[in-house]
Design a protein around this ligand. Sequence first.
Ligand SMILES: [Zn+2]
Length: 102
Amino acid sequence: MNAYSRKVKCSHCNKNMKYKRESGGKYTCSTYDNLGKEHCQRTTVKEEFISSLIMRRYRKEMSDEELRNLVDCIIVEDNLLLEIHFKNNDEPILLKGNFIQF
Ligand SMILES: [Zn+2]
């Protein structure tokens, strides 16, 4: 689907993460994907997982377009360490391993 095209960044290299269709749609570090593990880490996150966090926060189903319009940027360290920032000045969703702040 690629709802978050150009909004998902790898926290290690600050580059946009690349969308891949595999595993139902996921973002992976483009530096790692293009240049290999000497250059960055294999940072990945599933798109579905990001969308589920946002819909849990707002307690409603949203279309990809609504989700995309709401999101300013997503900074990913790995699949359990990420930040979702919003355009509407709402507090970001912070996922820190076992701890999540909605
Ligand atoms: Zn990276």
